[in-house]
Ligand binder design. Structure first.
Ligand SMILES: [Zn+2]
Length: 102
């Protein structure tokens, strides 16, 4: 018996890419990592983390980030002006997503 998560993964990949390309991709991954499966798990997690950062999705809370605005003081000569900063933020845990906009 195989487990249902792996079946789901194979089914999703073959339905997106077609059976020929989907199975080809999966066999490539299988052959590349069969001698060191731990590397697959480590790299899979990196890709998940990067993808979620890019898509602004917090997988711990299963929520997409929302824009959150706050004001930050900036010295401007003798006065202080407040700049409105907008950051994509998980509405539940407060994790922020930079998405390359430093
Ligand atoms: Zn969160």
């Amino acid at each position: 018996m195989y487990d249902s998560e792996i079946y789901q993964l194979v089914e999703d990949i073959t339905s997106i890419n077609g059976v020929k390309d989907g199975i080809g991709l999966l066999l490539e991954v299988h052959d590349k990592y069969k001698s060191d499966p731990k590397q697959f798990i480590i790299k899979l997690k990196h890709v998940i983390d990067d993808m979620c950062e890019e898509k602004e999705y917090c997988y711990k809370c299963e929520e997409f980030a929302e824009p959150k605005r706050h004001k930050e003081p900036r010295d401007y000569g003798d006065t202080v002006v407040y700049e409105t900063i907008c950051e994509m933020t998980c509405p539940l845990c407060g994790k922020t997503f930079n998405n390359g906009n430093e």
